[in-house]
Design a protein around this ligand. Sequence first.
Ligand code: LLP
Length: 408
Amino acid sequence: MTDANPPVRRLGDWNPEPLRDIADEHGTPTYVIDLDRVEANAARLRAAFAGADIAYAVKANTSRAVLERLAAAGVDAECAAAGEVKRALDAGFPAERVRYTAVNPPARDLNYVLGTDAAADLTVTVGAEDTLNRVAERGFDGRLCVRVNPGVGAGHHEKVSTGAEPKFGVPYERAAAVCEQARGVGNLVGIHAHVGSGVSGDDLAAHRAMVDRMGELAREVGDLSFVAVGGGFGVPYRETESPLDLDAVARSTRDALGDVNARLAIEPGRYFVADAGVLLTTVNTVKPTPETTVVGIDAGMTTLARPALYDAYHAVRSLEPDRPEKKPTRVELAGPVCETADVLGRDRRLPAPTRGDLLAVGNAGAYGYEMASNYNSRPRPAVVAVADGDARLATRRETLADVTRLES
Ligand code: LLP
């Protein structure tokens, strides 16, 4: 690994000056996404998984700027919904490089995806016999992939452990039979499973077990172009955590897959974008209490849902030039949403924050803006894309008028 493309970019590695300029120009809360880092992450995946099909699970960040950059970089797109397929095609992913992984697809989604001109070239992944039938009823006879429930799950939180959850995939015991049925409908090109999200450390054993089962199934089913083993590669959210050894993960994945006459396919989301993004937020209220100092910030669970939803940890740092010299204070970082869950971090040490201070939240490029909402009638933040040192507005901040614009 060369220093030019380190395995992780920590919050402390971001140069504060351009971030302060972005906040001055666009206000806060604002997501910043560094497209060069996204591409560097793609390069690292490609080097580790040489010869494999590499797709980006677009759900992690569907910003047009990100999709365009990754389409140009030659990776494939894995899409979970009609809207994601539309965005991937609009951003320039050729249809033959787009996989639609339908999870209980609403009729509207199927009608859209299978009705597009691109349908003949897409790969449609089905996770239930009933879904296969619904695809067949719509006259689809193109490339098909069968999603399998491998019976083994993992992930950074129980809410993102997928592999053993009955919702996802055809039960393993039925998988070979459903593959045969798929051959009667269209062109069966692959099998697919995904163990869960945020896989690291001990979870790698579960990932390996899943891949092992997929290898077994691939040998039974035979005649496949690819075996997709999902995404889920974790990133270090805590500053003290080590990054994944991607080469070791790739080696262990190939070992577990064993001898199959099909390409390995992976589809990480988070790994491409997490450390390429930060969230900028401003301190609006400081309140000393007997328990802690509550630092009120303008980014809440409507801006970044992960702490409220998964108790996820995101590093936070002050971007004020004189702060490093100040004494750290124990603080709770609280958002502006009237709900107890709206706390971005508890028991954090920050250099005595004062009103107006600019803070940066790390690893915000994945599932950040993507999961933002309008709860509390709060407008969604802006997104600024950075490339080659230049910053440009990628998504404008919503206004109060935007929040009500769909009402009749
Ligand atoms: N493939 C499939 C079929 C998936 O369901 C997912 C994620 C991925 C790939 C990409 O996983 P990744 O490499 O990004 O871990 N909102 C949660 C994560 C939910 C992921 C759902 N599926 C979070 O913020 O942690």
